[in-house]
Design a protein around this ligand. Structure first.
Ligand SMILES: Nc1ncnc2c1ncn2[C@@H]1O[C@H](COP(=O)(O)OP(=O)(O)OP(=O)(O)O)[C@@H](O)[C@H]1O
Length: 231
């Protein structure tokens, strides 16, 4: 569950790939419960920042903290564990498991956390209902629209009550109207759950759903501002 101790504090992040500097001294605090959009031109370092903040990538130098925990210093195994328990992820094309039903996909993080199958499936169905997918629990991803599949991915990202949800171009594969719907649901459900939301996007219409916007250019933070509720 999100609490006041779940502030993300990134200090002096540097990440290079060979001679390419993807992050050049990036520092960023994200308060618990904030919704933050990260924008910037292609190749500016957005995905790298998301991956470093979420512990998928280790920076060359600098530190990421979640509350009191130094994420960067954790051993790989502990970092994976923290990712599974405290973070949720939504990607462009959902990355649902095609062979599993919607409910089984949503239940997956709970089964990993050791829940009994029947209890996990009940909780997953509850989340599907909440996201307007009542009656879809038994469908496989291939039998749903892109927007429906993305709502399943949102349910899966939140089912274990993470502190932070990371979304990389969550509407990238959707038409504009469906993208709006998905962002509305994502921001609303994160807010209801008290989860911090960090979204990478190319699209200002998507960013507008968040209450803060960080722009990255050439591997540094170029602008950082509050957004009005522009919906
Ligand atoms: N695994 C990698 N190996 C080498 N270079 C990489 C790797 N990943 C990213 N880069 C380079 O690092 C820089 C930042 O990449 P990143 O993917 O973070 O940018 P981005 O802003 O997310 O771009 P896009 O909007 O196109 O997804 C780019 O120059 C990219 O080519």
């Amino acid at each position: 569950m999100g609490t006041m101790n779940d502030t993300i504090r990134a200090t002096h992040l540097v990440k290079t790939y060979g001679t390419v500097k993807a992050l050049a001294d990036v520092s960023l605090d994200v308060q618990s419960g904030e919704s933050l959009a990260i924008m910037g031109p292609s190749g500016s370092g957005k995905s790298t920042l998301l991956h470093v903040l979420s512990g998928i990538l280790r920076p060359d130098s600098g530190t990421v903290r979640l509350g009191e925990t130094n994420v960067t210093d954790l051993r790989d195994r502990d970092r994976s564990h923290l990712r599974r328990e405290r973070f949720g992820f939504v990607f462009q094309d959902g990355q649902l498991v095609d062979e599993l039903t919607a409910a089984e996909n949503v239940a997956f993080p709970l089964l990993l956390a050791g829940w009994k199958r029947s209890k996990a499936m009940r909780e997953a169905t509850h989340w599907l209902d909440r996201l307007g997918l009542s009656g879809m629990a038994g469908r496989k991803p291939g039998e749903m629209s892109g927007g429906q599949a993305q709502r399943v991915a949102i349910a899966r990202s939140l089912v274990h009550h993470p502190a932070v949800v990371f979304a990389d171009e969550p509407t990238g594969a959707l038409d504009q109207a469906t993208g709006h719907e998905v962002m509305q649901i994502l921001t609303t459900v994160c807010q209801m759950s008290g989860a911090t939301l960090i979204v990478v996007t190319h699209d200002m219409e998507v960013a507008k759903w968040c209450n803060r916007l960080v722009e990255i250019r050439d591997a540094i933070i170029h602008d950082d501002r509050k957004l009005g509720v522009g919906r």
